[in-house]
Design a protein around this ligand. Structure first.
Ligand code: SAM
Length: 298
């Protein structure tokens, strides 16, 4: 039986907190002659599909991360400046947390918030292995954080990558190819309810992120392909966001696949599609404070 979805290339993000891009490139050229720099994410290298790097010494020591291209987009879209204070609201296992730290060249402060105790352990391990010394791990429910506390007074960027259905990830891609179960209908109904519950949490969390007093940039991302968790969440919060002085900006403006056209401004949103783009399905929305001058940001 032929596979209808082509195999994804092996993406590797260089952790510039530990190794230079050139050094990492040279090292991976010893593994494959076909290694090249990604055309969108500067610190990302692309190798042929199936290249097994799980036991590569640079991966084991945290200098290289096996992070997919779509998963690299949200932190890159936030574009935190070295020296900023940034909050990663739903952080474990921490791939995007340490990417933020690297983009900030280890300067400034990244607060990484995670509600689940076991996942906090994973997060701490990721941060430690990556050598991200400007990251503080908080075992905390993001929704219970009081944005008016003095410790959040300087938070300029927030990455919100909350729990989602995961419908854009590879495991789910395979699930979609399976014939429906006999009890498919009730399973569909349960899935619909689960997505609705997640979307309500996502809306609440996004409104909470937008309420931090000094925040200038907020990225909302999911690894879902469902409109309910993506465009509908943004559409729901948009009136409140605009009232607070935010507007949507276009992350990666050259990326051809934008949000589903279900409201004015959805062209600012970014989608990746598993079958079309040969990567996981992700969604990215970028809110910026009007005063920032949207044109110069992207
Ligand atoms: N950004 C992570 C990364 O790239 O490695 C992946 C985040 S994962 C999609 C969502 C995470 O949010 C889960 O670890 C989940 O436990 C956490 N989470 C869910 N609700 C939360 C809440 N209210 N406060 C903080 N973390 C929460």
């Amino acid at each position: 039986v032929s596979n209808p979805v082509p195999a994804m290339p092996r993406y590797v993000r260089v952790n510039t907190l530990k190794i230079s891009f050139v050094e990492a490139l040279r090292s991976l050229q010893e593994v494959s002659h076909e290694v090249e720099q990604d055309n969108l994410i500067p610190d990302l290298l692309v190798l042929p599909a199936g290249t097994d790097l799980h036991k590569h010494p640079l991966v084991l020591q945290g200098s290289l991360l096996l992070q997919g291209k779509a998963s690299c987009m949200p932190a890159q879209a936030l574009a935190p400046v070295p020296g900023w204070e940034v909050l990663d609201a739903c952080a474990a296992p921490g791939n995007k947390t340490v990417q933020l730290a690297a983009l900030m060249k280890g300067q400034g402060r990244v607060i990484a918030c995670e509600v689940n105790e076991n996942r906090v352990k994973r997060l701490r391990e990721t941060v430690c292995l990556a050598g991200a010394s400007n990251v503080e791990v908080w075992h905390q429910d993001f929704l219970r954080i009081d944005p008016t506390l003095p410790e959040f007074a300087k938070v300029k960027g927030i990455l919100l990558d909350p729990s989602c259905s995961g419908s854009g990830t590879s495991v789910q891609r395979l699930d979609h190819l399976l014939p429906s179960a006999a009890e498919g209908r009730s399973e569909d109904e349960l899935e619909k309810q689960r997505v609705e519950q997640l979307a309500r949490f996502q809306q609440t969390a996004l409104l909470h992120a937008l309420s931090f007093p000094a925040v200038e940039r907020v990225v909302y991302s999911t690894c879902s392909i469902h409109q309910r968790e993506n465009e509908d969440v943004v559409r729901f919060v948009l009136p409140q966001a605009i009232a607070q002085g935010f507007q949507l900006a276009s992350p990666f403006p050259s990326w051809p696949h934008r949000g589903l056209p279900v409201f004015d401004g959805a062209h600012h949103l970014l989608r990746t599609d598993p079958s079309r783009d040969n990567m996981d399905g992700f969604f990215v929305a970028l809110f910026v404070q009007n005063a920032m001058g949207v044109d110069e940001l992207c």
